[in-house]
Write a protein that binds this ligand. Structure first.
Ligand SMILES: Nc1ncnc2c1ncn2[C@@H]1O[C@H](COP(=O)(O)OP(=O)(O)OP(=O)(O)O)[C@@H](O)[C@H]1O
Ligand SMILES: [Mg+2]
Length: 252
């Protein structure tokens, strides 16, 4: 088993079958070495979520090949891939479903057949890391969006994945939680070799990655070192200029 490359896209194209207003993603090729951070940028509707879902088989390419740890993403490999890849969805309502936060985070480790005392330890640890321990007996449905997201992240961490995928991880998280999550992810990546892929339209977070892929209307307009991407004129135009916002807020 080859674990040196976390994700590889080879000439991948994708189209939604219904109701996508002709959205087409074409000729996407990139690879993410294990142990590195990879950002996916692009304006709303560019295809970031669409692309991430292909990694875990929630979207199937119409052309090309997606590999995770050298395994082709297909039905035969789904179970193994989903065991190795922790996916935090953009909207935690798609992810958090048990009656209490504890049960929600326990679902994954229990599925792995771990003994209950070990499950308990893992769940408390994950909830504590996300600052949600005191909510353990509370129903996730009554939590705020940001709190639900923290529980969803705890659930993913509890599975001890080999790769983490975050779709807009920081959207709706307050500043202290955002900072705590970045610190935690830095710690995790120092402890073990782990690839982190994250989609964000917020430019402040791209710098954290070694490599950057920029999408615009389903097209890959840049893929390479993040420092280069953030200087690229085409990328700047697609992502917008943050100083324009500063200026507007200052003058209005
Ligand atoms: N399930 C679906 N069926 C049909 N079309 C879809 C579906 N999901 C997304 N689309 C369309 O595909 C395009 C890309 O959507 P996607 O959610 O991947 O964008 P995104 O870059 O993640 O945007 P955002 O920044 O808003 O999260 C959009 O035009 C969207 O309308
Ligand atoms: Mg999205």
């Amino acid at each position: 088993m080859d674990y040196s490359v976390a994700v590889e896209f080879k000439d991948v194209s994708f189209q939604y079958q219904h109701g996508s207003k002709g959205f087409l993603m074409e000729d996407i090729s990139f690879s993410v070495p294990q142990g590195t951070k990879f950002a996916i940028a692009g304006p709303n509707g560019a295809g970031k979520t669409t692309l991430l879902k292909m990694i875990v088989g929630l979207n199937t390419p119409i052309k090309g090949e997606v590999r995770v740890f050298d395994k082709i993403v297909n039905k035969e490999n789904f179970d193994e891939i989903r065991r190795e890849v922790g996916f935090v969805f953009q909207n935690p309502d798609n992810q958090v479903f048990a009656t209490t936060c504890f049960e929600d985070v326990a679902f994954g480790p229990r599925n792995l057949g771990l003994p209950e005392n070990e499950v308990e330890e893992i769940v408390y640890d994950a909830l504590r890391k996300m600052g949600m321990e005191e909510w353990k007996d509370y129903s996730p449905f009554n939590l705020s969006f940001g709190q639900k997201k923290r529980v969803a992240i705890a659930g993913v961490l509890a599975m001890d994945p080999k790769m983490l995928i975050f779709d807009e991880p920081y959207a709706n998280l307050d500043l202290p939680t955002t900072i705590a999550l970045i610190k935690l992810l830095n710690e995790i990546t120092q402890e073990k070799e782990l690839a982190i892929l994250f989609a964000s339209h917020d430019q402040r977070f791209h710098k954290w990655s070694e490599n950057l892929l920029v999408l615009n209307r389903g097209k890959m307009i840049f893929c390479g070192p993040t420092v280069e991407g953030l200087q690229n004129e085409i990328v700047k135009e697609a992502l917008g200029d943050p100083s324009e916002l500063d200026e507007l807020l200052g003058t209005l």
